[in-house]
Design a protein around this ligand. Structure first.
Ligand code: NOJ
Length: 558
């Protein structure tokens, strides 16, 4: 029955010599640590690197291959560290370089890779380069490290073009020159505190290669690249054809501001830096990009063999709960990413998105947690790599009722709307106990966590999850455990089996079956016998509604 797959299969295509194992990242599962919300060791209400060190055994126990750390660099924190004032240091809020070194050493001792965030599209307005550009005036060479331009209108009172910022408002802000008069404008596709760097100035590229080496020398295993389809703008900075569309969505849709061809040269240079290190010590490094482009085919261009190793495949995350939609997304990814030298990098949650438990609840209500569990098993059964965002393994729902005055997301402050607000998925993790701070802050501290934790977080503490074998945590752990044990999982082929329209069934390798019932009614299971792992109780021969299950060694009944 399980013949060798011909179509819908992933080709393994790397230039790894036969005597070297496949690079670790190809089918790795990486746990995203949002540092300020993970664990606070100092009692100031904000998570820190020492807290991450304390939590490493917990992460290891879950069974992932590595961690990705959100930005911990010196920063005024206008966008929680995605506004970097110094790329080669640690913000005292999070620790220092010694603490970072200890964290890397501990992680490596536990067999965990360490991937750090790097933010090359923009820096902080507090960065010395920007301060120099402001102080030096229009003729200062530091201005060309950014996009400074004269305004339009009689007195330059209008922005140089009509671009809108992703986080609301115009993409340009006007500076006051040193004589006190309104002067030039500068571009920022996010907030005014995040001026865009001008990558056409070679000093920018040179600086970032130095930054890569700085952290590689400290032992990091890779970089998660923020806004990796950014960096370059159309050289003439012309008006956007549809500024209203740019405003309507949080996606990068302005074709003049994103996805410019020149960006690929940067990834080639960065890849060469990584390979230089690998040639030296045989250890594979990873560049994983946040590449927000319209289609899987567009994304494929970023993961060609000499560019990024991987790019997050966000289409899975944005697919509505429907067998047809998920099938399309998976097919597109497998078709377009196969043959690039990369593997698909699946993701269901991150620090910018409404958590799956809430997202899948939709209008019907009540099925969010069940569906989130099923989606997790589906993701872990797909070929390629996967990312798990902290708290996902606890089945944390989004916190939707944070009061306005607690919200810190610049999107809220710049748009006045709660529509895309991201604080709700960033509330500090609950570890233990029955009341806030749920073990998040150091014992004895009276400081509140930086975002308020709701009372119902008590149901989701890590302590509770570990002691309840029916918890999300145990489902993730079991799934990750099986990924390590079963050669069919991870990289390799995927073949679809015929199933009812509301069900997806596929075979991995030579006989592992995964089925997901997206419908509201039970269906006959595709394989007789008890599943190896299921996201909910499966009576023999049945796949309940909103449930995923894995079987090994059985034969499909149809
Ligand atoms: C993407 C990051 O994930 C997000 O948190 C950040 O606000 C923007 N890039 C800007 O750096």
């Amino acid at each position: 029955m399980f013949t060798a797959p011909v179509e819908d299969s992933i080709r393994r295509e790397t230039d790894t010599p036969a005597d070297r194992p496949q690079p670790w990242w190809r089918d790795a599962v990486v746990y995203q640590v949002y540092v300020r919300s993970f664990l606070d060791s100092t009692g100031d209400g904000v998570g820190d690197l020492a807290g991450v060190r304390v939590g490493l055994p917990y992460v290891r126990r879950l069974g992932v291959d590595g961690i990705w750390l959100s930005p911990f660099y010196p920063s005024p924190q206008h966008d929680h560290g995605y506004d970097v004032a110094d790329y080669c240091a640690v913000d005292p809020l999070y620790g220092d370089l010694h603490e970072f070194d200890r964290l890397v050493a501990d992680a490596h001792r536990l067999g965990l890779k360490v991937v750090i965030d790097i933010v090359p599209n923009h820096c902080s307005s507090a960065h010395p380069w920007f301060q120099e550009a402001l102080a030096g005036g229009p003729a200062d060479p530091a201005r060309s490290l950014f996009h400074f331009a004269d305004g339009r209108g009689e007195d330059g009172e209008l922005p140089p073009n009509n671009w809108r910022a992703m986080f609301g408002g115009p993409a340009w802000s006007r500076v006051r020159e040193t004589d006190g008069r309104p002067g030039q404008w500068y571009l920022h596709l996010f907030t005014p505190e995040q001026p865009d760097l001008n990558w056409r100035d070679h000093r920018v590229g040179r600086h970032f290669e130095h930054v890569l080496r700085f952290w590689l020398d400290r032992g990091v295993d890779g970089f998660r690249i923020d806004v990796a389809a950014g960096l370059f703008r159309h050289p003439e900075l012309p008006d956007s054809p549809d500024p209203a569309a740019d405003e309507r969505t949080r996606d990068s849709v302005n074709p003049l501001a994103w996805n410019q061809p020149e960006v690929h040269d940067v990834w080639r240079r960065w890849r060469a830096v990584c390979e230089e290190y690998t040639a030296r010590d045989g250890l594979d490094r990873l560049l994983v990009g946040e590449v927000s482009v319209p289609t899987a085919a567009d994304q494929a261009a970023y993961v060609r063999p000499d560019e990024l190793h991987q790019a997050f495949f966000f289409h899975l995350l944005s697919a509505p709960w429907s067998a047809g939609e998920f099938r399309k997304v998976i097919d597109d990814a497998l078709r377009d990413i196969a043959g690039t030298g990369s593997t698909v990098t699946w993701v269901l949650n991150n620090h910018d998105q409404v958590r799956t438990v809430t997202r899948y609840d939709g209008d019907t209500g009540g099925f969010g947690a069940t569906r989130a569990r099923a989606a997790a098993l589906l993701m872990l059964a797909l070929p390629g790599a996967a990312y798990v965002y902290q708290g996902e393994e606890l089945g944390l729902p989004e916190v939707l009722d944070l009061p306005d005055d607690a919200l810190t997301d610049p999107i809220f402050h710049r748009t006045g709307s709660r529509r895309y607000v991201r604080d709700g998925c960033r509330v500090p993790l609950p570890w233990s106990g029955h009341a806030s701070p749920f073990g998040f802050t150091a014992p004895g501290s009276t400081v509140q966590p930086w975002l308020p934790q709701p009372a119902w977080f008590a149901e989701h503490t890590t302590d509770r999850a570990l002691s309840d074998t029916g918890s999300f945590w145990h489902l993730y752990r079991e799934g990750l455990n099986l990924r390590r044990q079963l050669p069919q999982l991870g990289e390799g082929s995927l073949r679809w089996l015929e199933s009812p329209p509301q069900v997806l069934t596929f075979v991995r390798g030579d006989g592992m079956v995964c089925a997901v019932n997206f419908g509201d009614d039970p269906v006959p299971a595709p394989v007789p016998g008890i599943p190896l792992l299921a996201s909910a109780g499966c009576p023999p021969g049945t796949l309940p509604a909103n449930t995923a299950a894995w079987w090994v060694g059985g034969l499909p009944t149809s």
